[in-house]
Design a protein around this ligand. Structure first.
Ligand code: SF4
Length: 366
């Protein structure tokens, strides 16, 4: 595709949409319905923002996956972060985490009672705080997928090189491929194809999806975030389904390579090892997270400060788990838009700027 006039060229959009419609007719004639999961929260937001669902042919649907890092971070993690703040440590976090409900409270409420919660735009802020107050423990809330893991580990690397001993990470890192495997083996979820995440793919590389295409016969198309990118990705999925193919198609080659970012992957491997990880609303997925290696235990907030990320208590009325697995559309949750809104969020999917409920609410997809 040529981006001659940028990424929002109406003529290019019309041409891609024409091809999408043509595939839609082919698939309808064959009686095929196609459920495409967009895995990434940023894709979810862009799809809602640009009204992409309204452009899909009958029988083709987009379902949102578990790709919002804040949304899948479990309740007990928020509880542990609050405990550390209440014990007098400085907590450094991205802003989205502030209002995510823990079992009893939120980090925002903790801050209003005097807890030192620093909102950052970059993990590097942790280093500044640690250097400014060497006598104070600084804990970075290390959540996120491969995209975020790389810069956080890079920050840790600097802390280690500089000998900063008052920095630690409360880790809840998540990996995308094990989550895709868990979704594809859940008999209650039907996924015909993946629109694969863009930024994560820049780290792990397009080849990371080869097993899903080969083992599950699921087309995997990587695309960017602009409206044309997403339409182009959907067109790629439908073309494969219509042809009975299941391949990895990298339609974000301006950023994503086959093998990913070797430097980032090497740094991650140096500091981190695979661990089983709890996903909010989904449960524990084997080897779906990364924790600090034994050699770096001094930088692990759980071990350094003896905090326990015990089982948390989720609001039983919140259906985020089903939303994150693509089983439920947000408007089907009884609390959507009534008891649960961005100003008074019951669950993390309404809090995060990448949350599916937030996307539906903000752009009125009912
Ligand atoms: S609308 Fe609110 S309560 Fe319902 S699933 Fe979404 S975040 Fe949870």
């Amino acid at each position: 595709m040529k981006y001659i006039d940028g990424f929002r060229n109406p003529a290019a959009a019309a041409a891609i949409r024409g091809q999408i419609d043509a595939w839609g007719k082919t698939l309808a004639a064959a009686g095929r319905r196609v459920a495409i999961m967009e895995v990434c929260g940023s894709h979810t937001m862009a799809i809602a923002r640009y009204g992409i669902r309204d452009l899909l042919p009958a029988g083709v649907s987009l379902i949102s996956g578990p790709g919002c890092p804040v949304c899948v971070t479990p309740t007990q993690y928020v509880d542990a972060a609050i405990e550390l703040a209440e014990r007098g440590m400085t907590i450094v976090t991205f802003g989205d985490m502030l209002h995510v409900p823990g079992s009893q409270s939120t980090l925002a409420a903790c801050r209003s009672k005097g807890g030192r919660i620093e909102v950052c735009y970059s993990p590097a802020r942790t280093l500044e705080l640690a250097a400014a107050e060497p006598g104070r423990e600084i804990v970075f809330l290390a959540i996120g997928f491969e995209t975020t893991i790389a810069p956080v580990v890079s920050m840790l690397d600097v802390a280690v090189q500089r000998g900063l001993r008052n920095v630690s990470l409360l880790t809840a890192f998540k990996l995308v491929p094990p989550a895709l495997h868990a979704l594809l083996t859940d008999p209650e979820i039907r996924i015909d194809a993946f629109l694969c995440p863009a930024h994560v793919s820049a780290i792990i590389g397009a080849d990371a999806y080869l097993p899903f295409a080969a083992q599950y016969r699921v087309p995997c198309v990587i695309c960017g975030f602009e409206p044309l990118d997403i339409l182009y990705g959907i067109e790629g999925v439908l073309g494969q389904v219509a042809a009975g193919e299941a391949r990895v198609d990298n339609r974000y080659a301006r950023v994503v390579t086959h093998g990913g970012n070797a430097q980032a992957l090497a740094l991650m491997d140096r500091y981190l090892r695979p661990v089983d990880a709890a996903w909010r609303g989904i449960g524990t997925i084997p080897a779906s997270g990364l924790g600090l290696r034994e050699a770096f235990a001094a930088y692990d907030a759980e071990r350094r400060h003896g905090v326990t990320v015990a089982l948390g208590r989720e609001n039983p009325a919140c259906r985020c788990g089903d939303v994150l697995k693509g089983k439920l559309r947000p408007p089907e949750c009884p609390l959507f838009g009534t008891a649960c809104t961005p100003d008074h969020a019951v669950g993390p999917c309404m809090v995060s700027s990448e949350g599916t409920c937030s996307a539906y609410f903000k752009y009125s997809e009912q």
